[in-house]
Design a protein around this ligand. Structure first.
Ligand code: DQA
Length: 148
């Protein structure tokens, strides 16, 4: 059965490509999402991508996912990883399985990035592999979405 996967990206990820390229690389979010779209289409699944700098918009999008029969969420909460009880609670409320994604290896960065409000609820975390963090998370979702 076709899987319905939602990929969420948080604040400042719209600047990928030009944002601190030494840390985040030179691929734009558009390029990363386009590649994910091809990967999902080849597996016969539907992928919807959404980026926002706003915590409330991310919470709203997660709440909508429950009504839209989303099977699996991929989320890079960006800076909200380390601060957002609201996004964590939204994910817990909809109870849709999700993978937490980071381009950088957050545990190897500043101490304030070591805490995540998401990891203990996530099916898994892919961190530090650049754009491949997204691709590997999608690959997992394509294999496992819809199965319990
Ligand atoms: C990030 C890591 C976060 O600490 C940071 O605030 C980001 C991006 C990553 O993908 O490596 O904006 O989530």
């Amino acid at each position: 059965m076709a899987k319905n996967i939602l990929c969420l990206s948080g604040p400042n990820l719209n600047l990928l490509g030009s944002r601190e390229p030494d840390k985040y690389g030179t691929a734009t979010l558009g390029a990363i999402e386009q590649k994910l779209g091809v990967q999902a289409a080849m597996a016969g699944s539907k992928l919807t991508c959404f980026q926002s700098n706003s915590e409330s918009q991310l919470v709203d999008r997660i709440q909508q996912a429950a009504q839209q029969s989303v099977d699996f969420i991929l989320i890079n909460p960006a800076a909200y990883t380390h601060t957002s009880v609201a996004i964590r609670d939204a994910l817990a409320a909809v109870a849709i399985p999700f993978v937490e994604i980071h381009l950088t290896h957050i545990r190897a960065r500043e101490p304030f990035r070591h805490r995540s409000y998401f990891s203990d609820l996530a099916v898994g975390v892919v961190s530090g592999l650049g754009p491949q963090s997204y691709e590997l998370a999608l690959s997992y979702a394509l294999d496992h979405a819809g199965k319990d």
